[in-house]
Write a protein that binds this ligand. Structure first.
Ligand SMILES: Cc1cc2nc3c(=O)[nH]c(=O)nc-3n(C[C@H](O)[C@H](O)[C@H](O)COP(=O)(O)OP(=O)(O)OC[C@H]3O[C@@H](n4cnc5c(N)ncnc54)[C@H](O)[C@@H]3O)c2cc1C
Length: 450
C-alpha cells in the first residue's frame, strides 16, 4: 500500500502538532515531511516564548518525540517554501500540503514618526534577544534612559521583563552571550508600558503581571488614581473574573509603592499614542489621554517598541485575507473565490490569526488533520504523491542544503557545548552560518565567496 504523503510548511507548534496528530490518527501508512525555512525547528517556541519561561518552552520535549519516535515524520529545515521549492512542486509531490507558517509580520500604530530610528515592532526586539538568525547580533545597543512599550499584552510584559532582568537572571536563560552583554550594559532604568484603555482592559494575564513583580531589583509602578474605575471599566470588571483578579494584583502593586530599586517599570493607562517625534531618531512620544484627548503630554524616550500584534503574510499562489492577515479556509481547507483549493490546508496562526497559547494550536491542528484524513479516505480519492527520494533529489539538484532531524540534534549539542564553555546551561547560536556549520552542513555558497 503506498503511503499517504503530506507536506507541512512550518515546524512551530501548529506544524509539530499537525505532524504528530496525522501520524497518530491515520489508519493507513503515512509520511509527513515538515519544511522549515530556518536551520532550527519549533518556530515561536524557540524564537518567541520568553527565555525565562522554561516550563512553556519544555513543550519542545514532546515535539522532539514526534520526530525521534516516528521515522516517517521528517524534518527538512533550512528550506524556504516559495523559493527553494514552490507550492506547485509540493502539490505535485504530496497528497496534501498544510501551511503552518505562522504570522511573521507586525501591525502598525499608524501614527506619524513610526519610521524614525529607534521605533521598532516588538517582534524585532524579541527576535534579537532570542538570537533569531534574521536579526543582526548588534541590532540593539540599549543606550538610553527610558524605553517605551506600546501595548498591554503578554508580549509587552515579556519585553519589559527582559529590559529589567539582572545579568544573573539572563545568564540562566539560553539567550546568546552578546545579548546578555548588551543587556548588562543597558542604561535604560525606566520602562514605561502604555495602554490605550484603562487597567480593567489590560490584556496580559495576572500570572504574567505577578512575574513582573518578582523581577529582582525592579520597582513596578501603578498609579492608584488609575484604579478608581469609571462606570464602563467597573461594569467590564464585574463581568470578567480575569479582569477582577488582575485589578486586585494592581491594587497590591500600587500599595507596595516604590522601593528605590535600580530599575522601574511604570504603567501608563488611558493613553493614546499620537506621534513619535524626533529628528532622524526618536526622542519622544506624544500621548493623549484617551478619556480626554485635549490632555496631551510628550514623554522623552530613546526607544519605542510597539507591541500591538503580529500579522500573517500572504503566500504566493494562495488567497489571503488582508483584513485578518490569514489564509481563508473552511474547516482548514483553503478556499478562494472559486471554491476549495484542492489538497491545500492551513493550521495555527496563519489560519486563525495571532492569538492563543501554544496549546490552542493542538486543537487547531486536530481540526486540520481530521479534514485531511477525511478527504484522503473519501470514495474516489486517488493518491498522487511521489516519494521522499524524489523530493530530496529535487532539492539537492538545486543546491539546497537541508538540515535534517539528525542535523538539528547536532546543532542542539553545539548549543549545550557553547553554554558549558561559558558556565551556562545552553547558549543559542545566533548566526545562520554558525548554525549550519553546527548542523554539519557546508556553508551557503554565497557566504563562502571572497
Ligand atoms: C513573543 C511571543 C511570546 C509568546 N509567549 C507564549 C507563552 O509564554 N506561552 C504560550 O502558550 N504561547 C506564547 N506565545 C504564542 C505561541 O508562540 C504561538 O501560539 C505559536 O507559536 C503559534 O504557532 P504557529 O505554528 O502557528 O506559528 P510559529 O510558531 O510562528 O511557527 C511558524 C513556523 O513556520 C516557519 N515558516 C514560515 N514561512 C515558511 C516558509 N515559507 N517555508 C518554510 N517554513 C516557514 C517559520 O520559520 C516558523 O518556524 C508567544 C508568542 C509570541 C510572539
Amino acid at each position: 500500500m503506498t503511503a499517504l504523503r503530506i507536506a507541512v510548511i512550518g515546524s512551530g507548534p501548529s506544524g509539530a502538532y499537525c505532524a504528530q496528530l496525522l501520524s497518530e490518527e491515520s489508519e493507513s501508512p503515512i509520511e509527513v515531511d515538515v519544511f522549515e525555512r530556518l536551520a532550527a525547528p519549533f518556530g515561536l517556541v524557540r524564537y518567541g516564548v520568553a527565555p525565562d519561561h522554561p516550563r512553556i518552552k519544555s513543550i519542545i520535549t514532546s515535539f522532539t518525540e514526534v520526530f525521534d519516535e516516528n521515522p516517517n515524520v521528517r524534518l527538512l529545515a533550512n528550506v524556504q517554501v516559495g523559493s527553494d521549492i514552490t507550492l506547485e512542486e509540493l502539490r505535485n509531490h504530496y497528497d496534501a500540503v498544510v501551511f503552518a507558517s505562522g504570522a511573521p509580520a507586525d501591525r502598525n500604530l499608524g501614527i506619524p514618526g513610526e519610521t524614525l530610528d529607534g521605533v521598532y515592532a516588538v517582534r524585532e526586539f524579541v527576535s534579537w534577544y532570542q538570537g533569531h538568525p534574521d536579526s543582526a547580533p548588534d541590532a540593539f545597543s540599549l543606550s538610553g534612559k527610558r524605553a517605551v512599550i506600546i501595548g498591554v499584552g503578554n508580549v509587552a510584559l515579556d519585553a519589559a521583563r527582559m529590559l529589567a532582568h539582572t545579568t544573573d537572571a539572563l545568564r540562566a536563560t539560553d539567550v546568546p552571550e552578546h545579548v546578555v552583554e548588551a543587556f548588562a550594559a543597558s542604561t535604560y532604568d525606566e520602562i514605561v508600558v502604555v495602554g490605550r484603555r484603562g487597567p480593567a482592559y489590560a490584556k496580559f494575564t495576572n500570572k504574567e503581571f505577578i512575574e513582573l513583580l518578582e523581577v529582582e531589583n525592579c520597582d513596578v509602578v501603578i498609579d492608584p488614581a488609575d484604579l478608581e474605575l469609571d462606570p464602563a471599566q467597573q461594569a467590564h470588571a464585574d463581568g470578567d473574573p480575569a479582569a477582577r483578579r488582575l485589578l486586585a494584583t494592581f491594587a497590591k502593586a500600587a500599595a507596595r509603592g516604590t522601593l528605590g530599586r535600580a530599575k522601574t517599570i511604570r504603567f501608563l493607562f488611558d493613553r493614546t499614542p499620537l506621534a513619535c517625534v524626533g529628528d532622524g531618531s526618536v526622542s519622544g512620544i506624544q500621548l493623549a489621554k484617551t478619556s480626554n484627548p485635549t490632555e496631551v503630554e510628550t514623554l522623552q524616550t530613546e526607544v519605542v517598541l510597539r507591541s500591538v500584534g503580529y500579522r500573517g503574510q500572504a503566500i504566493d499562489g494562495l488567497p489571503f485575507d488582508e483584513r485578518t492577515g490569514t489564509i481563508p479556509h473552511l474547516d482548514s481547507r483553503v478556499v478562494d473565490d472559486a471554491g476549495h483549493v484542492p489538497g491545500v490546508y492551513v493550521t495555527g496562526w496563519i489560519k486563525r490569526g495571532p492569538t492563543g497559547v501554544v496549546g490552542t494550536n493542538r486543537r487547531c491542528a486536530l481540526e486540520t488533520a481530521t479534514s485531511i484524513l477525511a478527504d484522503t479516505t473519501a470514495p474516489g480519492w486517488v493518491s498522487h504523491g511521489t516519494s521522499a527520494d524524489e523530493v530530496d533529489r529535487l532539492l539537492a539538484g538545486r543546491g539546497v542544503h537541508v538540515v535534517p532531524w539528525a542535523g538539528w540534534h547536532e546543532l542542539a549539542k553545539a548549543e549545550y557545548a557553547a553554554g558549558a564553555a561559558l558556565s551556562r546551561e545552553r547558549v543559542k547560536l545566533h548566526d545562520k552560518d554558525d548554525m549550519l556549520r553546527a548542523a554539519g552542513l557546508p556553508l551557503n555558497l554565497n557566504a563562502q565567496m571572497p
